[in-house]
Design a protein around this ligand. Structure first.
Ligand SMILES: [Zn+2]
Length: 233
C-alpha cells in the first residue's frame, strides 16, 4: 500500500471491535495500538513507565493522560508509524483525539481531517444497539476456574454449571444489568464528541455490527476499498 492508513475503531462494549481491529490489521499488515495492551506490556517488561503505572492500575484508578501519551509516542517509534496504525480503544476523549491528530499530521505532513481527498485517517464505528449489547454482555457466565460461557452463543451442557469443573456459574460484576446500563451510558457520552469530529469531515465509516464476524469484516473492507484505502490485490 502506497498511502498511509490510520484507522481508529469505535464501538460499544461487546461490539467485537477489538476482534475486527485485529483481523483488519493483519490483512493490512499494520500494527494494532491498544492502550490496555500497551500498559500491560509496560508492566510486564518492568519499564520505568510500567513501575509507575502498576500502583495506579492496581488501585483501580485511571492512568493519567500524560502517561498514555508517552506510551503512544513510544509506539510510534517502535512501529514504523509512517506506514500506518490501527487504533483500538484510543482515543477515548477529545483531548486525546487532538493529541493524536496533531501527531498524525506531523507524520503525514498534511492535514488529517479536512473534507476532501486527504484520505489517510478514518474512524470505523462498529454499530451495535444498546439492546443487543445488553443481550451479548448480559448472557455471559463465568466460572472460578477461568471457563467462560454465554447463554445464547456458548451455553454450558448443564444449565448454570461449569462443563469443566462442575462448579456453579456466575455473572461477572461488570455484566450485571445495572452496570451494563451504566457502561453504555458512559460510552455514549464519551464517544459522541469524537464521532461528531469525524462525521463533520466525512471520515466516519459506520458498520452494522449485528452480523457475524466475517460479514462485519467484509463490510469494513468494502467500505475502505470504496475510499481507496484497501487494496484487494
Ligand atoms: Zn469451572
Amino acid at each position: 500500500m502506497s498511502q498511509k492508513t490510520f484507522l481508529i475503531f469505535f464501538g460499544p462494549p461487546g461490539s467485537g471491535k477489538g476482534t475486527q481491529a485485529d483481523m483488519l490489521a493483519k490483512k493490512l499488515n499494520l500494527p494494532v495500538v491498544s492502550p490496555g495492551e500497551l500498559l500491560r506490556h509496560e508492566e510486564d517488561s518492568n519499564t520505568a513507565i510500567g513501575r509507575k503505572i502498576k500502583p495506579i492500575i492496581d488501585s483501580g484508578k485511571l492512568v493519567p493522560d500524560e502517561i498514555i501519551e508517552k506510551i503512544i509516542l513510544k509506539c510510534f517509534k517502535r512501529f514504523d508509524a509512517r506506514a500506518g496504525i490501527v487504533f483500538d480503544g484510543y482515543p477515548r476523549k477529545r483531548a486525546q483525539l487532538d493529541f493524536l491528530i496533531k501527531k498524525l499530521e506531523k507524520i503525514a505532513g498534511k492535514p488529517a481531517c479536512r473534507q476532501g481527498r486527504q484520505d489517510y485517517v478514518r474512524a470505523i464505528l462498529i454499530n451495535v444497539s444498546d439492546k443487543e449489547v445488553k443481550r451479548r454482555l448480559g448472557g455471559r457466565r463465568v466460572c472460578d476456574c477461568g471457563a467462560a460461557y454465554h447463554l445464547i452463543y456458548n451455553p454450558p451442557k448443564k444449565s448454570g454449571l461449569c462443563d469443566l469443573c462442575g462448579k456453579k456459574l456466575y455473572i461477572r460484576h461488570d455484566d450485571k444489568p445495572k452496570l451494563i446500563a451504566d457502561r453504555l451510558k458512559l460510552y455514549h457520552q464519551k464517544i459522541k464528541p469524537l464521532l461528531d469530529y469525524f462525521e463533520k469531515s466525512d471520515k466516519l465509516i459506520e458498520i452494522d455490527g449485528e452480523q457475524n464476524i466475517n460479514q462485519v469484516q467484509n463490510n469494513i473492507i468494502k467500505e475502505l476499498a470504496e475510499r481507496a484505502m484497501y487494496d484487494n490485490n
